[in-house]
Design a protein around this ligand. Structure first.
Ligand SMILES: [Zn+2]
Ligand SMILES: [Zn+2]
Length: 127
């Protein structure tokens, strides 16, 4: 089981497994909502079990997707396309050791000018 939670604990969940690779999104929307980069793994939404979801709130960040966060502590937790059965889960909210590795960087043209990408994972312009 993979377990994750927000900083204050008002959102707690687990999944049987998550995708081994982390996708890092550099678009300006992800950088704003996360504070830096949105780095997420993935799982089928129906496989997530919530022990605690009192803090979970959704923000419709576009006409096609929403972002889940904790309304008490502000942790960025999820990204979900409206028509998708899966859910993106913030790598940073998972308990260590995660066993995950970075699989790709997306929307790198939107990257901030204050950092460099320091690994050799593929860099692409789409999802
Ligand atoms: Zn919280
Ligand atoms: Zn993004």
């Amino acid at each position: 089981m993979v377990q994750g939670r927000c900083e204050c604990g008002k959102v707690r969940f687990e999944a049987p497994s998550v995708r081994e690779t982390v996708t890092v999104c550099h678009c300006s929307q992800c950088r704003r909502t996360s504070g830096h980069l949105w780095a997420s793994t993935h799982a089928p939404f129906k496989e997530l079990s919530f022990f605690e979801s009192e803090g979970l709130e959704w923000y419709a960040s576009s006409s096609f997707a929403k972002r889940g966060f904790c309304k008490f502590c502000g942790s960025s937790l999820f990204y979900r396309m409206n028509d998708e059965e899966g859910i993106g889960i913030a790598a940073g909210c998972l308990e260590s050791p995660t066993g995950l590795r970075i699989g790709k960087h997306i929307f790198v043209s939107g990257k901030g000018d204050y950092y460099a990408i320091g690994d050799d994972a593929p860099q692409i312009e789409t999802f």
